[in-house]
Design a protein around this ligand. Structure first.
Ligand SMILES: [Zn+2]
Length: 343
């Protein structure tokens, strides 16, 4: 289903479920584990609905960090199966309703150690477990994300390939263009393609402006389907990834990122640039909410289920057109219209 969708058109991804559910109060910042899929499934379901109605073609199972290494931190490693199965059930139901593809989701394990070959086996085992439980509920493909070691990406790819389902492998780059084990991005993606990844891409850490030059290099390096999933938190050339932005003199991650959220217009502009660049899978990551996704979809010329509620500023009593204006105070009227100096 995902390959069919990619063959026919650009595929729009979904947003940053982990950060949005944290903001809504259902994920604890720190462990960032997805036990909410068991404890408040209706909340997870609603967010999938929100992304689907905003125009996402793919919904990702909310299984980020639903692996043993992370569940152990909150004493819930015994719930590994239930969390993965439940998350996939929830997302599959919503995807069916909105004709979306379902992505199983794998994240970096925090287990993999490039200096310890014996960690390969355990990393693979943890991926296999998640894959087994998610695949049992029927996913269309798997996304492995926020992976910053080429070695771990290889293991994730092999694990996904063993299912026969399509693999989307995305790498994250923080301060430079190499994986943490020193592979430059072109070589990293060429290798993953050669090893059979159907889709390769860059995700998380960087905002669209700081990620797109890397995406362009990726586009030039490989044929076939590529993906971009930047964060919707503003970064700078000096601080190119969102976890090191500073607010009030200290690092803002993860509790004070609100002032860095990009506007929907910026995310819409990013979607257009990605299209021009030849990106096949245009998604987003941390900080990206349904309103961002809807703007991206609309920038790409789509009408989404919730386009019904898209802005109709012409109907606003101050910002609107002349048939809808209600001028009660001249100063407020001109200030809000941005016409302060024009008189
Ligand atoms: Zn992210």
């Amino acid at each position: 289903m995902i390959l069919e969708k990619l063959k026919n058109d650009i595929v729009i991804g979904d947003g940053g479920a982990l950060f949005e559910l944290e903001r809504r109060g259902y994920v604890s910042a720190g462990p960032f584990t997805p036990e909410v899929t068991l404890e408040h499934p209706e909340v997870v379901r609603q967010l999938h609905v929100d992304f689907a109605r905003a125009g996402s073609d793919v919904l990702q199972a909310f299984t980020y960090y639903a692996h043993e290494e992370k569940l152990k931190v909150i004493g819930m490693e015994g719930k590994l199966k239930e969390i993965n199965v439940n998350a996939t059930k929830i997302v599959s139901e919503v995807a069916k309703e909105y004709n979306c593809a379902v992505a199983g989701c794998l994240a970096n394990t925090w287990m993999y150690n490039p200096k310890d070959k014996s960690s390969d086996k355990e990393t693979r085992r943890q991926f296999d477990k998640q894959i087994e439980y998610q695949a049992s509920e029927g996913v269309d493909f798997f996304i492995a994300e926020t992976i910053d070691y080429q070695g771990e990406a290889r293991i994730a790819l092999e694990a996904v390939k063993s299912t026969g389902l399509p693999a989307m492998i995305t790498l994250g780059f923080k301060y430079n263009d190499k994986t943490l084990d020193g592979v430059v991005l072109e070589d990293a993606f060429k290798e993953l393609k050669d090893l059979g990844a159907e889709i390769v891409g860059i995700n998380c850490f960087r905002d669209p402006n700081l990620m797109m030059p890397m995406v362009e290099r990726l586009r030039n390096a490989v044929d076939g389907y590529i993906a971009a999933q930047p964060v919707a938190f503003r970064c700078t050339h000096e601080k190119p990834y969102f976890q090191i932005q500073e607010f009030n003199g200290h690092v803002a991650f993860p509790l004070e990122l609100d002032p860095f959220v990009l506007t929907r217009t910026e995310m819409g502009d990013y979607a257009l640039k990605a299209k021009e660049m030849g990106v096949n899978y245009i998604g987003a990551c941390c900080g990206a909410d349904p309103h961002h996704i809807r703007s991206m979809a609309e920038a790409l010329g789509r009408t989404t289920p919730n386009s019904k509620y898209s802005p109709k500023l012409n109907l606003h009593p101050i910002l609107g057109d002349k048939d809808h204006l209600k001028i009660r105070d001249e100063r407020i009227f001109t200030e809000q219209r941005g016409e302060k100096d024009s008189k």
